[in-house]
Design a protein around this ligand. Structure first.
Ligand SMILES: Nc1ncnc2c1ncn2[C@@H]1O[C@H](COP(=O)(O)OP(=O)(O)OP(=O)(O)O)[C@@H](O)[C@H]1O
Ligand SMILES: [Mg+2]
Length: 250
């Protein structure tokens, strides 16, 4: 599924211009990293792509069709684009883990039998089957992030955006997540990861987008972008070590 932004402007009610003249297109099956310093607009861009915030100016196209922010388009969007929020406390809505994963599935009218099956599959995939009946507010932050991830994956969207997905995860869960990201890519899905981890970005991504002050300052293959050392310094992005691998496949 192809998505495209044309000249998007978005200002929060507080007056902060979070997205400025943002134009980009992302095609099917790309592995994209979204980088930039704190407050550069990465999460705002994800919220815009997820249809949560509406631009003040500019247009958003999904499969060549202009997104109109109406009920019908929003409903289609929540089935095709999944967003794992930076903060799981914003995302997790139900009292129990299984109910939380079920929430979106019931919303799209899936049969209860299929809902239960998807809960089983996606809790297993994210490594949290043992948390199925736990109350969400007793979970650790990292566990809540996994619940939010399971809920988004269970919707089986074509495009998955993950905002700082490795933050708070331990080594084993990070390796598991890496496996999931690669699996999604092998399934032909588009995966967009917002991250501060240059080494991961360089080694994993096909394409790197770098933001600063709400603007897109770099957009190219990860190897091209990370070769531009001066630009990276201007954008406050850590350089990468060419011969060191952070991707340990288990
Ligand atoms: N709900 C909000 N209301 C007002 N301003 C906001 C809101 N959310 C974000 N902002 C502001 O918009 C700008 C972009 O924030 P955003 O969260 O998109 O940055 P980010 O690149 O995701 O940062 P980080 O790396 O810290 O997650 C910042 O100046 C931030 O203070
Ligand atoms: Mg953010």
């Amino acid at each position: 599924m192809a998505i495209e932004l044309r000249n998007i402007q978005f200002t929060y009610p507080s007056g902060i211009k979070a997205l400025q003249d943002m134009s980009l297109s992302i095609t099917n099956g790309e592995k994209v990293v979204l980088m930039g310093s704190n407050g550069s607009g990465k999460s705002s861009l994800c919220l815009l792509l997820a249809g949560v915030i509406k631009p003040d100016e500019g247009d958003y196209y999904i499969q060549g069709q202009r997104f109109r922010y109406c009920r019908k388009h929003r409903k289609q969007l929540c089935r095709s684009i999944g967003y794992v929020f930076q903060d799981p406390d914003v995302q997790v809505v139900a009292t129990h883990v299984d109910e939380d994963v079920a929430f979106g599935l019931r919303n799209i009218g899936l049969k209860e039998e299929d809902v239960q099956q998807r809960i089983t599959v996606y809790l297993e995939l994210t490594g949290i089957s043992d948390l199925r009946k736990q109350t969400v507010h007793t979970l650790s932050y990292g566990q809540k992030k996994q619940v939010a991830l399971a809920g988004v994956l269970a919707m089986e969207p074509e495009i998955i955006m993950l905002d700082e997905p490795f933050a708070w995860l331990d080594y084993r869960q990070s390796q598991r997540l890496l496996g999931i990201l690669n699996l999604l890519n092998e399934m032909g899905k588009t995966v967009i990861v917002s991250t501060h981890d240059s080494q991961f970005a360089y080694e994993w991504a096909d394409r790197a987008l770098v933001m600063q002050n709400g603007q897109l300052k770099a957009d190219g293959s990860a190897s091209e972008v990370f070769a531009r050392e001066q630009l990276l310094e201007e954008l406050d992005i850590a350089p990468v070590k060419q011969n060191l691998s952070c991707l340990h496949h288990s």
